[in-house]
Design a protein around this ligand. Structure first.
Ligand code: AMP
Length: 122
């Protein structure tokens, strides 16, 4: 069982204790711009539930939360004009654990777009 840290920065954003540049919100997800953008468009999509990473989410989230998470990514990519429907494309990425390079222990998907994203792993 993974322990979720209620003091992580995204938990604080979800509780409204720290501001964010909000892109979208619904029952299942919150999306906001990354504070340190790595590409022209760099958004984050996080579930509202307390999940440390994708592994935790896949094991413990409800089917409704899972659908909500992935629908959220689709909605946000359209809202940002980076989706295939917008004639573009983007990269969705999630880091898991130490070797994966995860810094914030609340599941988040990075959405990179607005330009050619380039090499998959550097
Ligand atoms: P990761 O390394 O996958 O855990 O990514 C964490 C991401 O969170 C990094 O890209 C940070 O720039 C981003 N980040 C950290 N604090 C904030 C914040 N307060 N608002 C928006 N993004 C943040």
């Amino acid at each position: 069982m993974i322990n979720y840290d209620d003091h992580n920065i995204f938990a604080k954003i979800l509780r409204g204790e720290i501001p964010c540049k909000k892109i979208y919100e619904d029952e299942f997800v919150l999306s906001f711009y990354d504070i340190n953008p790595q590409k022209k468009i760099h958004a984050l999509v996080i579930p509202k539930g307390k999940y440390v990473d994708l592994d935790d989410f896949c094991k413990n989230a409800s089917p409704k939360e899972m659908v909500g998470m992935f629908k959220g990514i689709e909605i946000v990519s359209n809202k940002l004009g980076i989706s295939l429907r917008s004639g573009k494309g983007y990269r969705a990425l999630t880091n898991i654990g130490n070797d994966g390079g995860q810094e914030v222990p609340h599941l988040h998907f990075h959405l990179f777009g607005g330009e050619k994203i380039g090499k998959m792993v550097s």
